[in-house]
Design a binder for this molecule. Structure first.
Ligand SMILES: [Zn+2]
Length: 239
């Protein structure tokens, strides 16, 4: 298991990249983009250069909002691959119909496989089911029958975070990445211990099961200091 911090880079960070990345010195990150613009306007060479100089490893990337129905889908995932040389991309399912999404992915399968990419789709709660072609972890588990289709298991997006261990165990052999954060009924992506997630039990469970993927701490930006502290605590607990 590799333990990472999630770090979003926004268009507004232009000209300020060194400053926004400095707190992550010596830590591995999942580099994340939110809007398409955040990715297309990003100064990727500079991001890579700064990360290198700060000893920030980028072993996985979180794609901006893009999915199979978008005409630029392949172009975007291919450029993520080319720029960052990673294998696993976390990606959000968007609006659409499940069978046509899977048909598109089948159509693209030889290209995605030749890029040596894994698409780890992120689960979402049932409240947004109408806005996603797929959302629950177990539905992904049942439907993902292509070798490059895997899961980003997000604990804040579970309907019932108290059942995280059972939910995880139902799908664990297709989970490449975990997005770990706490949630209350109202707010998601809170620091561990601030909500309903039995995170100590969950971390113990991951340790016992020898989870081999990425464990990414993903908090709201306002909790960045807590995220870095917790990353160190979680790492010393698990490793
Ligand atoms: Zn997430």
């Amino acid at each position: 298991m590799q333990i990472l911090a999630s770090k979003f880079i926004y268009s507004k960070d232009k000209g300020n990249l060194k400053e926004v990345l400095l707190p992550f010195k010596d830590l591995p990150i999942q580099l994340a983009f939110f809007q398409r613009r955040d990715f297309s306007e990003a100064e990727h060479d500079l991001i890579k250069e700064i990360c290198k100089s700060l000893n920030i490893e980028i072993p996985t990337v979180h794609a901006p909002i893009i999915d199979v129905f978008d005409p630029d889908f392949l172009k975007v995932i291919e450029s993520i691959k080319k720029i960052y040389q990673i294998k696993i991309i976390s990606i959000h399912p968007q609006r659409g119909e499940i069978e046509s999404a899977l048909a598109k992915l089948r159509e693209y399968s030889s290209i995605i496989e030749s890029l040596n990419l894994i698409l780890a789709y992120e689960n979402f709660g049932s409240s947004v089911a109408k806005r996603k072609w797929i959302n629950s972890p177990y539905q992904m588990y049942l439907k993902f029958d292509l070798p490059f289709l895997k899961i980003t298991f997000d604990t804040s997006h579970l309907d019932s975070p108290s059942d995280c261990i059972e939910e995880f165990d139902r799908v664990s052999d297709k989970v490449e990445t975990i997005h770990l954060s706490d949630r209350t009924l109202k707010r998601q992506h809170l620091p561990l211990g601030e909500g309903l997630l039995p995170y100590k039990e969950f971390l113990n469970h991951l340790k016992e099961k020898e989870f081999g993927g990425f464990l990414v701490l993903e908090y709201l930006d306002e909790f960045q200091d807590r995220l870095i502290e917790d990353l160190k605590r979680v790492s010393s607990f698990l490793l």
